[in-house]
Design a protein around this ligand. Structure first.
Ligand code: GLV
Length: 313
């Protein structure tokens, strides 16, 4: 029987919908990279996550592959151009995760502004000594301040909707202008005016290290940077330098240049930084929807129909 490889277990029973193919799920004790390399030769479809790097080497090992279905919106882990040149279609799971990712990013923004994690740590470390007083742990407002959204795709729009609910002043920068209720500005103006710079663009060769020291220098000293897209859109060493030199006020980060982030990383030692382990779409509801879409993409493509979402570059 023709084979489909699945690199990680995911919620729901959607794999049962796959008929006429043998579905092979990676045993948990097997290294994902090696397992894929050893099994891909005669696979017709692979269902992968952003942890699986699909480069030329692995594509060259595949003799029958028709579709790479990634259980993610991002596809920077796949050499899409090479896959397409080999006639392999690539699908992803956008849209169903936009709202939960926007909730998470907005949550991070509020958390860094209002010092939620710092306050929680204070109590746990038994350091809440003085009770309430007028200048105790003052944070920054969210409502009424300016949010600068970089990238106005589905997630950017979902964040914008939330920002309107908080009566924020909304500006954005993107490769193209969009028909949205926010002022389009160039990146320098966005950095200069924003109290919260929220990164929502895709990661690719053009956005690699988009935020570097020069750009941090253009931000307000009181401003925060929030990142929920991919770690590599920020030059992390430059961010650490900017935080150490008090060029900006703080950062809330769900993604990092190297994941998993280790506690030795200087970012984990800073009170004005919040770090979370790439949780943007991590809700039961959303991960279930992503599973539905990823499997549907795979089945549709293999049966000669259109997938729900396809990456075309
Ligand atoms: C998560 O980062 C995704 O790309 O879905």
């Amino acid at each position: 029987m023709k084979k489909i490889l699945v690199t990680y277990k995911f919620p729901g029973n959607y794999l049962n919908e796959i008929k006429n193919y043998e579905v092979k799920i990676r045993p948990e004790n097997e290294n994902p990279e090696k397992w894929l390399l050893n099994n891909i030769k005669d696979a017709y479809g692979i269902l992968i996550t952003l942890m699986d790097k699909i480069d030329r080497e692995i594509i060259d090992h595949a003799e029958n592959l028709k579709v790479i279905s990634t259980y993610s919106v991002g596809y920077d882990h796949i050499d899409v151009k090479y896959a397409l040149s080999k006639g392999i279609r690539v699908t992803n799971t956008p849209e169903v995760l936009s709202d939960s990712t926007a909730d998470m990013i907005f949550g991070l923004m509020i958390a860094i502004a209002r010092r939620l994690v710092e306050g929680d740590k204070l109590i746990r470390n038994n350091k809440w000594e003085a009770g309430w007083y007028p200048e105790f742990m003052l944070g920054t407002d969210v409502h009424g301040l300016t949010i600068g959204i970089v990238g106005m795709g589905r997630i950017g729009r979902a964040i914008l909707k939330r920002a309107h609910g908080f009566d924020m002043r909304c500006i954005y920068y993107s490769r193209h202008k969009h028909d949205v209720d926010a002022q389009y500005v160039d990146i320098d103006e966005l950095l200069k005016k924003s109290d919260y710079v929220v990164l929502c663009m895709d990661y690719n060769s053009e956005t690699h290290h988009f935020m570097d020291y020069d750009k941090f220098l253009k931000m307000k000293k009181s401003a925060f940077i929030i990142n929920g897209t991919r770690g590599k859109v920020i030059n992390e060493n430059d961010l650490i330098k900017a935080l150490n030199n008090k060029i900006i006020n703080g950062a809330a980060l769900d993604v990092f240049e190297n994941e998993p982030l280790k506690s030795e990383n200087p970012l984990t030692k800073m009170d004005n930084v919040i770090v979370t382990p790439h949780l943007g779409s991590a809700t039961k509801e959303t991960r279930d929807k992503m599973a539905y879409v990823a499997v549907k993409n795979l089945i549709n493509t293999l049966s000669g129909n259109e997938p729900l979402y396809e990456i075309k570059i």
